[in-house]
Design a protein around this ligand. Sequence first.
Ligand code: AHR
Length: 501
Amino acid sequence: MTTFTKIIGDESPFIEVDASKRLSKIDPMTYGGFTEHMGRCIYGGIYDPENPLSDARGFRKDVLEALREIDIPVVRYPGGNFVATYHWQDGIGPRDKRPKRPELAWLGTESNQFGTDEFMQWLDVLSEGKPQRVEPYLCLNMGTGTLDEALAWVEYCNGTRDTHYANLRRQNGHPEPYRVKYWALGNEVWGPWQVEQMTKEDYAKKAAQWAKALRLLDPDVVLILCGQDGQASWDHYVLNKCVGWVDMHSIHVYTASEQHVKNATAPLAAERAIEITASLIDLARIENGVAPTKAPVKICFDEWNVWDPERAPGDKGAEEKYTLSDALAVAVWLNVFVRQSRYIGMANIAQTVNVISPLMTTSKGVVKQSTWWPLLLFSKYMRGWTVASHVRAAAYAGETQPAWLQGALGENGAPWLDVSATLGDDGFVNLAVVNISETEDFVVDLKGVSAETSVYTVSGSQVSSTNTEEKEDVGLSEGKWDGKGKYTFPKHTFTLLRWKA
Ligand code: AHR
């Protein structure tokens, strides 16, 4: 939680961090990823058997190495929109027997050479050297898929008894169950672009029935309800009907604007959506008389990012080229998750490789886009507890994207300095500050910092700067600050300050 005072008259800016005020735990799942059968995410992204950079299983080693750097805790799979016509059994067993299918979300052809077993194996490799494995999060087909098929998938992944699908997994070379905990009850089934789009009434009825059956088969599953953007009547309705059946409520928001300030402040709309969803969850509990001792449904923000589908269309692989402005927007997005950590059970940047991603592959290696750097710094340092912070700063109160955000922010507007703060389990305080302004450096009194401080700065010469195979115009620099006097946050930068509490 960060509170804000807008500067009046000749007041000067300050940021105050109080690490003794621990507000809520940041769920490690906040830094999750998402891999969909879309564009070059799977084929040519994580799986590229013909490429010399891949291992014997066809997994790109450079991609694995990069993803280990950002320490992803969980990966959602196999979609996204793709899942609405996906039959998981097409993607198991001998590769030469797997059917090729027309794919109806992105209008490609699915070869099924990468499926459930390959995904699990890829996660095993990704987990090597980590204290905890990278968790799988599978999304069920609630488009053309049936409940029988969904149950069979859970049995295939998690079954331990002498039953058909558990035996099929063993037959395919995997004696141990995969213990997949996280399962989504469909993806964006409210969207007119979905095969078998549903009404909220139909979905709520079906989701509750599926949840009941899935839990009978495996009581340990964590079930995720398909929400919209957190502020729709869909969210209100399905939460009201299903709050007792599920563990998390999924919401999706993508932000973008051609204008820098609108682009960088747009994630504040997602912050409002989180607050609205949290209230809808409370409301659903009240309306259904849910026992106060039952753990609250958390928000699973399982698709978030900067994306303009006109600039980077989905059916062309959505290879969005990210600018410094987008990197600042991603830093604001991540500040939002830290500030709202009380409500967030999981968040997944969409997506992890090549498709609207901070990480791009070429035949010769990987390119880290501008948005890579805030993701890396947050995932590395912004863990543990969200702690109290206060910012006094000048603010932007002009037009926003979406337009309603301007009204929601009110006359105070959005501070030019967007802030969140954490206290890690290692006893370090971490302060993330995005100076959104394209023109102004801010000289700020930092209250609560007295020790020597490590400084990480993400910057570039202009907000339109990008990274390509040939050049890295948006990069990370590291330095030290003695923690005395005022600190200058340069225009259009993201800064992370870190000191021992
Ligand atoms: O992440 C790209 C697409 O965006 C996903 O497939 C879909 O769920 C969303 O609309």
